[in-house]
Design a protein around this ligand. Structure first.
Ligand SMILES: Nc1nc2c(c(=O)[nH]1)N[C@H]1C(S)=C(S)[C@@H](COP(=O)(O)O)O[C@H]1N2
Ligand SMILES: [Mo]
Length: 258
């Protein structure tokens, strides 16, 4: 009983702090050194609160090894065009790096080996594509929450954007580069991972090598392949055509929960 009460009151206190911080993001006063200490403490509280809130979030169903589909279809890009990707592919992505930037205190630049050295999560889940197929696959990768904690998000962050290497539609302004975005609830969800392994093997090129997003409570197109940059933003207005994703810019729903 007392544990429950204290957890609830902590949540209440924490969301008040997080609320203040959201307002603080719009106010230059909070940039002053005097306020930094308070802000850092507030950010600490808001991260902890996020974890508490998210700990109660339902998990997507996980399956057994015997359930893995013998064939996992691919959809959209099967290999990004251009010599740059080809060169990285033949060198097994030795020179590829993931950038984490935007509204963060500590931008990150990580090699594939560095990502593989982080704590890993493996999950066997059902992927549903809106084009009418589904398949069960096993995914191994690092939890996105791990990277988001390492880069220290600023308090005004509302979305996490995933920039991909492939241009799904060729346009002069390159607005056809694939991208996606999540809110912080899905970004911090324990089953939201950046996968470099599939069915016990390195992630195949057709499925997004070297790194793809798995967001298990949303439909196929949210699961960005060929992720090269993760950007923390306060609004989606300035990304692509402003709707939060390649397909969203072309009329699909931004929230694609199952
Ligand atoms: N970068 C990128 N990510 C993408 C796509 C794409 O074309 N490019 N297609 C999306 C769609 S519609 C689906 S259903 C899944 C398909 O993943 P798969 O090819 O591994 O089956 O990836 C999604 N992520
Ligand atoms: Mo899809």
């Amino acid at each position: 009983m007392s544990r429950l009460v204290s957890r609830r009151s902590l949540l209440r206190a924490g969301s008040a702090a997080a609320g203040t911080l959201l307002l603080a993001g719009c106010d230059g006063v909070f940039e002053s050194p005097a306020m930094r200490g308070a802000l850092d403490f507030g950010q600490f509280v808001s991260l902890r609160v996020q974890h508490l809130l998210l700990s109660g979030q339902p998990l997507a169903r996980e399956f057994a090894v015997a359930d893995i589909s013998p064939e996992f279809p691919l959809n959209g890009t099967s290999m990004p065009g251009g010599f740059g990707y080809f060169q990285m592919m033949v060198s097994q992505f030795a020179r590829w790096r993931l950038t984490v930037d935007g509204l963060v205190r500590r931008p990150l630049s990580l090699s594939l080996d560095e990502i593989k050295a982080l704590p890993a999560r493996t999950q066997i889940t059902l992927h549903c594509c809106d084009e009418g197929w589904s398949a069960i696959g096993q995914w191994t990768g690092v939890q996105l929450s791990h990277l988001l904690q390492a880069c220290e998000l600023m308090p005004n962050v509302r979305y996490i954007v995933f920039h991909c290497l492939d241009e799904l539609e060729r346009t002069p302004d390159r607005s056809g580069l694939y991208y996606e975005s999540l809110d912080l609830f899905d970004a911090f969800h324990p089953q939201t991972i950046l996968a470099y392994g599939m069915n016990g093997q390195p992630l195949p090129v057709a499925h997004g090598a070297p790194l793809r997003l798995r967001v298990e409570r949303q439909i196929g197109y949210k699961n960005a392949k060929y992720v090269t940059r993760i950007e923390a933003v306060a609004t989606l207005d300035h990304i692509g055509r402003g709707k939060g994703g390649f397909w969203e810019d072309r009329g699909y729903q931004w929230y694609a929960g199952l």
